[in-house]
Design a protein around this ligand. Structure first.
Ligand code: CAA
Length: 261
């Protein structure tokens, strides 16, 4: 366990990095300082070839309760815009990590907290987790991609209702929408996330990374273009040692040993 910031704790396991937002008193609210530290962490993580899967979680009943609202009070329009630009860059850095990313949402994931989860490849939720984009209640709207990413992930009408009411969304309804992959008792959530992360980390890394990139770029890519890209990547993978190993291991009825080449 390594404390890398007042409110960030990292645990390394074989091929995994687990980062926990440790700001229980404010339910994980994202101060500007915390977003900056998260950005610096992600900038290092992206080039760390030892890490294949990244898990982000929170503490207690807060995953991330959004932007730190106390920092919105009395700031200038420029300072407010600076915070939003910083968040946009850092959320984008999370979304574009080469590693597979899992949000283990232990509690409130509101505003920027939900938006951060939407930047992850997979979202696992505790049964007590509550998601939402409540910015409308502040006279604002989501500034970390909520109107764009939730719409792409869950559809226009669902996103509209979520944003204009700002209501809490339970994990079950988000699972029905395909946003949440699985729901676990809060006490088991992190273990389940790590189990899933270990399963993914044991898969051939080139295939996992390529699948992530193709799926991420599918929205917004014309179908024929996407299908051509899929073939190109598949043919490249077919030429790898890992594909030869995976196919041989299946035929030999043994466990494959992947090397990442
Ligand atoms: N910013 C700052 N502090 C926060 C916070 C936030 N987003 N969310 C919770 N806290 C603090 C509370 O102020 C409280 O601190 P004190 O003990 O010092 O009073 C502590 O965390 C515990 O919170 P509550 O007492 O409110 O706990 P609760 O269980 O009664 O309610 C909650 C939990 C429903 C999540 C409630 O705290 C809440 O509504 N929080 C605000 C959520 C929100 O609106 N998030 C969106 C922010 S805007 C954004 O993210 C996007 C953008 O920039 C446009």
């Amino acid at each position: 366990m390594t404390r890398i910031h007042d409110h960030l704790v990292e645990e390394r396991r074989d091929q995994l990095a687990v980062l926990r937002i440790d700001r229980e008193a404010a339910l994980g609210a994202l101060s500007g300082d915390l977003v900056r530290a998260l950005g610096e962490y992600l900038d290092v993580l992206r080039t760390d070839e030892r890490v294949r899967v990244f898990v982000l979680t929170g503490t207690g009943k807060g995953f991330i309760a959004g932007a730190d609202i106390s920092e919105y009070h009395g700031v200038t329009a420029e300072e407010f815009a600076d915070y939003q630009q910083l968040s946009r860059r850092v959320f984008g850095a999370l979304e574009s990590l080469p590693q597979l990313t899992i949000a283990a949402v232990n509690g409130y994931a509101l505003g920027g907290g939900f938006e951060i989860a939407l930047c992850c490849d997979l979202i696992l939720a505790a049964d007590r987790a509550r998601f939402g984009l409540p910015e409308v209640k502040l006279g604002l709207l989501p500034g970390g991609g909520g109107t764009q990413r939730l719409t792409r992930d869950a559809g226009v009408r669902f996103a509209t209702e979520a944003v204009v009411t700002g209501r809490f969304l339970g994990p079950e309804e988000l699972q029905q929408r395909g946003v949440v992959s699985a729901i676990h008792p809060a006490a088991d959530l992190l273990d389940k996330a790590i189990e899933l992360a270990e399963d993914i980390a044991a898969k051939p890394p080139l295939a996992v990374a390529a699948a992530k990139q193709l799926i991420r770029s599918a929205v917004g890519t014309p179908l024929q273009e996407g299908l051509t890209a899929e073939h190109q990547v598949l043919f490249d993978l077919f030429a790898t040692a890992d594909a030869a190993e995976g196919i041989s291991a299946f035929l030999d009825k043994r466990q494959p040993r992947f090397v990442g080449r």
